[in-house]
Design a protein around this ligand. Structure first.
Ligand SMILES: [Zn+2]
Length: 384
């Protein structure tokens, strides 16, 4: 009966390192973890970090072996990377890049039975710190969460790299991190099991709330800083909120409707090509509607996230309220058994969710118009 004994738990990476030019110290922090690292980075990322990574590893007496990343964290890509780890006899695998590279590398490191490290070059998701990976089909449709017995041994973020990246990446990270508190708050109410495998601790819930507070205070000035490619104290705070606080907060504080709605949105071709955090923001707004949150809170959320540069209408994710079949399909995907929407403190039916999705278009357009914010522009999905 011990497996059913209710527990509260919090999990975290062994070490988190953040700072301007932190990448130059990667070798120093990798040394205690292994002698034979395998770096995974796509050509674009390697083009601007390869030189510093090589210099840092060489200075620490570590070999530099780099493999390309295929673009989507699918089961096939994870198997390919696992094979490469074995081929190189690597004892630690290091993901250098965005959330997709990081998730694929975590899954491959676990499958190969070695340590894994996250070196995010953008602050666009909270994937780097967690002990799970989101696996997609080769077409980019949500497939499953894979859980590992531990978090990365090291997460190292160079804030100058984050400042050099397009501002839209940071905006997406803010969208992902704002959801963390809304979902942890709902999970606290339902006492549901979190991604960490128990009920939330005070710690997990508090970190989720801290992430929210830090972002409301600093996200807009941080966006300005990134547009000038400079590191400021506001940017440092937002990078920590997007990466560490949101990562610990979602994993140990609980996911609920917002991420389930994100997963549902991936079932629609129209939304392909949008960042994770952009789709999550639609999920957050829809969750607030489902909760019957105070109108003032919903209004503030729409105004603030529009100013950050996040979508708050169906139009901006390639949908319209008239796409009834599409919206219903999204709602069905978001409410399948095992989805985190069932962590909400009330039942959410396909009908309720479809209605909430339909409602956000008119609601957001009115709020934005009243606040003098721009009208939504139609998102045109990339076709392949
Ligand atoms: Zn997320």
């Amino acid at each position: 009966m011990t497996e059913t004994t209710p527990i509260r738990t919090v999990i975290s990476p062994a070490r988190y390192v953040q700072g301007k030019n932190a990448i130059t110290r990667l070798g120093e922090f990798l040394t205690p973890l292994g002698n034979s690292p395998l770096l995974v980075a796509d050509d674009l990322v390697w083009g601007f970090v390869g030189h510093d990574v090589e210099a840092s590893l060489s200075a620490a007496g570590l070999p530099v072996i780099r493999e390309d990343f295929g673009g989507i964290p699918s089961a096939r890509e994870v198997d390919r990377l696992t094979g490469l780890i074995t081929q190189h006899s690597a004892d630690v695998v290091v993901a250098v890049g965005g959330g997709s590279t990081i998730d694929a590398v975590k899954a491959a490191g676990y499958a190969a039975g070695i340590r894994w490290v996250s070196v995010p070059t953008v602050a666009s998701t909270d994937a780097p710190t967690s002990a799970l990976a989101v696996i997609y089909t080769d077409e980019g449709v949500f497939e499953e969460y894979r859980f590992f017995p531990k978090n990365p041994d090291l997460v190292l973020v160079d804030t100058q790299l984050v400042a050099n990246a397009p501002a839209s990446f940071l905006a997406a990270g803010v969208g992902d991190a704002l959801a963390t508190w809304l979902e942890a708050r709902a999970t606290r109410q339902s006492n549901a099991t979190t991604m960490a495998g128990g009920m939330a601790t005070l710690t997990g819930t508090a970190l989720a709330q801290l992430s929210w507070d830090v972002l409301w205070e600093n996200a807009l000035p941080a966006m300005d800083a990134v547009r000038d490619n400079v590191v400021t104290p506001a940017l440092e705070k937002v990078v920590e909120a997007n990466t560490l606080l949101s990562g610990l907060g979602f994993e140990s504080g609980g996911l609920a409707a917002a991420h389930a709605i994100h997963n549902g949105l991936t079932a629609s071709d129209q939304t392909h090509g949008l960042a994770h955090g952009q789709k999550v923001n639609i999920g957050s707004l829809t969750q607030l509607v489902l909760e019957g949150a105070p109108t003032a809170d919903i209004t503030d959320f729409i105004e603030f996230t529009t100013r950050v540069g996040l979508p708050t209408t169906l139009t901006e994710v390639g949908l319209t309220p008239d796409d009834t079949d599409d919206l219903r399909r999204i709602a069905e995907a978001a409410t399948v058994g095992g989805e985190t929407i069932h962590n909400m403190p009330f039942e959410v039916s396909v009908g309720d969710l479809t209605s909430a999705l339909v409602s956000i278009e008119r609601l957001s357009r009115r709020v934005r118009s009243n606040a003098g914010l721009p009208e939504p522009e139609l998102y045109q999905p990339r076709h392949h």
